[in-house]
Design a protein around this ligand. Structure first.
Ligand SMILES: Cc1cc2nc3c(=O)[nH]c(=O)nc-3n(C[C@H](O)[C@H](O)[C@H](O)COP(=O)(O)OP(=O)(O)OC[C@H]3O[C@@H](n4cnc5c(N)ncnc54)[C@H](O)[C@@H]3O)c2cc1C
Length: 380
């Protein structure tokens, strides 16, 4: 059985960013690292969007970036520059190719394609069982999500950000390629929080995503019908062809994923609760968490101590409580926020970088009653 200093389970966003950060740092130069994934990571299985001020470390890999965003609700719509932010898009395949190439060149990296079936903590090491072999590690970073941990509890509501996205090529020039539609709530809500997400690459090419923040997923045909209706009603009913498809389902919850960490095992990425509970945005936060985790490792601190709960967790909890009980309210909450506050402040808030006074500005822009009710329910 082979032994490693570090085992990274999952070569997705979190696993590859962590492996890259470790291999870039001399502190880990003599450490042995195993990366194990059930998949080869050779397909474009997703695109990541995030916002960032000015230039950033993923810029050379970006597929597209937008200097402005558009927001639409039922009674209000607005386009605005988000300077100094840019809204950026990265294709999964470009990310995988770049990081796999870079990481695999390091002599201390071992890459295994296998499905992990069990992770067990021993006295001084962790045993990782996969379908075709066993490995031990001093420290294990796990991005294999155990859904049951979240679904088996009732303390924290579990919603999902679920969507189907079509990459389309339209006959008419209907898109503004300088602007990403962050959220368009003008579509029928049908008792839920539903919006369209539109990412144009040119006047005739875009990714259109029919997205919900809700408890239950839909039949695939319903998302597809939503996209078709949007093209008919908002995009001059242009003829179009679908060039690619993506779909996703991201857990939205304040559940304490960190409870499953130990001194030598830590859950990372979505499995570690690194998705923003109220929006599902995960990618950029993961890159920030990875940097913090590497510093934590260098201080030789137990992995169980890599956790902090801050004010943003409470804000997210209240919003999720509201959306869980009254799922139709999401559109009006976001609309009120975008109507009253600058997008830069909202993006900063969603990035969890606002001061308390800035938080109050955002909170005061939201409808009060649902939040007071949610607070009351939480306390009592
Ligand atoms: C289609 C889609 C679009 C998204 N778009 C955005 C976005 O625009 N912005 C954003 O911030 N977030 C987005 N997300 C959410 C989130 O950023 C991604 O899901 C991100 O990939 C999560 O990173 P991760 O490392 O936690 O999981 P993943 O990237 O899914 O990586 C997990 C890895 O673990 C492997 N694995 C799982 N189980 C096992 C096992 N038992 N044994 C071995 N290997 C295993 C998988 O093969 C995978 O490679 C999107 C998600 C999806 C699905």
């Amino acid at each position: 059985m082979s032994h490693f200093d570090y085992i990274i389970i999952g070569a997705g966003a979190a696993g590859l960013l962590l492996a890259d950060a470790i291999t870039q740092d001399d502190y880990f130069a003599s450490s042995s690292i195993l990366i194990i994934d059930r998949d080869n990571k050779t397909t474009n299985d997703r695109t990541w969007c995030f916002w960032e001020k000015n230039e950033g470390k993923f810029d050379h890999l970006l597929h597209k970036s937008w200097p402005s965003i558009h927001f639409a609700g039922t009674g209000f719509e607005h386009s605005a520059s988000i300077s100094p932010y840019q809204y950026k898009m990265l294709k999964g395949i470009d990310f995988y190719n770049h990081y796999l190439n870079k990481i695999k060149k390091h002599p201390n990296i071992t890459w295994v394609k296998d499905r992990v079936t069990l992770i067990e903590e021993g006295e001084n090491k962790v045993l990782v069982t996969a379908q075709n072999g066993f490995f031990t590690g001093a420290k294990v970073f796990n991005s294999w999500l155990n859904h049951q941990n979240v679904t088996a509890q009732k303390k924290y509501p579990l919603l999902q950000q679920h969507f189907v996205g079509w990459f389309v090529k339209t006959e008419k020039a209907v898109f503004n390629s300088k602007e990403a539609t962050f959220m368009d709530f003008s579509i029928p809500q049908k008792g839920n929080t539903r919006f369209m997400y539109v990412l144009p690459f040119s006047e005739t090419k875009a990714l259109l995503e029919y997205t919900l923040f809700s408890e239950e997923t839909l039949e695939k045909s319903e998302y597809e019908e939503g996209i078709r209706d949007y093209i008919e009603q908002n995009l001059e009913n242009t003829a179009f062809e679908i060039t690619d498809v993506e779909q996703g389902n991201i857990p939205m919850t304040c559940y304490g994923f960190h409870k499953h960490n130990s001194d030598s095992i830590i859950n990372i990425g979505i499995a570690g609760g690194w998705a923003k509970p109220s929006t599902g945005f995960t990618f950029y936060n993961t890159s920030k968490k990875v940097s913090a985790l590497v510093e934590h490792l260098k201080m030789n601190r137990p992995l169980s101590k890599f956790y902090k709960r801050d004010k943003f967790w409470y804000y997210d909890l209240l919003l999720l409580d509201i959306l869980y009980r009254d799922n139709h309210l999401g559109g009006s909450i976001f609309e009120s926020m975008f109507q009253k506050r600058k997008p830069q402040l909202i993006l900063k808030f969603l990035d969890e970088e606002t001061s308390f006074w800035e938080d109050l500005k955002i909170i005061s822009a939201c409808p009060k009653l649902p939040f007071l009710k949610a607070l009351w329910h939480r306390i009592f």
